[in-house]
Design a protein around this ligand. Structure first.
Ligand code: ZN
Length: 397
């Protein structure tokens, strides 16, 4: 190569390094007066259609000042020196497996600087979007034999049960085996299992788990009151007993209260009697304070099995899961919560939030609500309680 070739090569490398500095993740854009979808798309160097798609816009003709748009990330990533696939996956908030699959990589560790990786648009968190059955490990079983028996990938099985591939299983050990997807359960139990509504009507429901508490539940109620938005609160019985005034306020301000167990255990691992206790104690505590007998339940962590669902059905409960997960308890960041919710929200969505989280701050949940509510209202969504969304009774008395 001549000196000139080297110079050219240097310039190309410099450009690659510059390009690799561009946005790696989706961004939040808050519309300013005078902006249009076209001008915003041009400023970010993306297509109008991409913004419409990632922001899941119903109203595509105009944008409103303060409306939140989700700008898709660059769809390619230029590998930099020192990068590893797992680091890239973590930085871009996507599953390593998905990154490997998308790029047809056979050796998951071998990447080189300047290599172009195709980056899939964000991963939907769907590990829990399943029911589980319990399997008792038999002598001679291995993760592989069980994986084969139930037709579930070893990795999935290991992930769900928090065991490493190498771990020896012990006879008698209990494993959670994925059973039905939420959609399958919905078909099997159309009157008793819900995670969204299939509809063209622009109704959506905000739901808040794990309260009441003495900090965030009241702040969330303040925001909902200011914006005149009704919601559904899945309360824990043990906290209902501690914060009766918050429960009373919730009902008085037009929200629905529902059952989220007494102490937040994994109900699928309890005996029928223990499950009964968790549910009934909560039901009684809520009824004593509000006079209302709850008919809606969300099992802790959304963990459900067909067996548990049958029991809840026999107790006259309807199970309410969700279709949009804010992951607010983990991310605790306004922009990230907007990115987690807006792209997935559509007609009939049930959106999951929390008002209590093991002592951690949920201030971001409080802070994101005005923007999220305003933005979804610009798309002509109407906020309703889940019973209204699904046309089922909220209470049994
Ligand atoms: Zn919960």
């Amino acid at each position: 190569m001549t000196r000139r070739d080297y110079r050219l090569l240097f310039i190309i490398l410099a450009i690659i390094i510059l390009l690799s500095q561009v946005t790696l993740a989706a961004q939040v854009h808050r519309v300013e007066p005078g902006e249009s979808l076209f001008s915003i798309a041009r400023d970010y160097g993306v297509e109008v259609e991409e913004i419409i798609s990632t922001s899941n816009l119903r109203n595509t003709r105009e944008v409103f000042p303060r409306q939140v748009l989700i700008i898709p990330p660059e769809s390619v990533y230029y590998v930099r020196k020192g990068d590893t696939l797992s680091q890239i996956a973590e930085d871009l908030n996507i599953e390593l497996d998905r990154l490997i699959a998308e790029n047809n990589l056979s050796n998951s560790d071998y990447i080189w600087p300047g290599q172009v990786l195709q980056i899939p648009w964000r991963e939907k968190e769907d590990v829990l979007v399943n029911s589980f059955k319990i399997y008792e490990v038999q002598p001679g079983d291995s993760l592989h034999s069980i994986s084969h028996q139930f037709g579930i990938a070893v990795k999935t099985l290991a992930g769900i049960n928090d065991i490493s591939d190498m771990d020896k299983l012990e006879a008698g050990q209990l494993l959670n085996i994925p059973e039905y997807s939420f959609s399958e359960l919905r078909q099997l139990y159309p009157e008793h299992f819900f995670h969204h509504k299939n509809t063209d009507s622009p109704k959506i429901a905000l739901t808040f788990d794990d309260g009441p508490d003495d900090i965030y539940t009241s702040r969330v109620l303040d925001v909902l009151k200011e914006h005149q938005v009704p919601a559904t609160f899945f309360y824990m019985g043990s906290k209902v007993e501690r914060y009766p005034e918050v429960v009373k306020r919730t009902v008085e301000e037009g929200h629905v209260i529902a059952n989220h167990s007494w102490s937040h255990p994994q109900l699928i691992n309890l005996t029928d009697l223990e499950v009964y206790d968790e549910i009934k104690k909560t039901e009684i505590a809520m009824e004593e304070i509000s006079g209302l007998r709850s008919g809606l339940i969300r099992p802790p962590y959304g963990l459900i099995s067909q067996k548990l669902l049958e029991q809840l059905k026999s107790l006259d409960y309807r199970v309410i899961q969700w279709s949009v997960d804010s992951v607010d308890w983990r991310d605790r960041d306004v922009d990230q919560i907007l990115i987690n919710t807006i792209p997935d929200t559509e007609e009939g969505s049930i959106i999951l939030f929390h008002t209590s989280s093991g002592g951690q701050s949920l201030q971001a949940t409080v802070d994101v609500l005005p923007e999220l509510i305003y933005t979804l209202k610009t798309q002509d969504y109407e906020f309703v309680t889940v019973d209204e969304l699904l046309d089922i009774p909220a209470y049994l008395n």
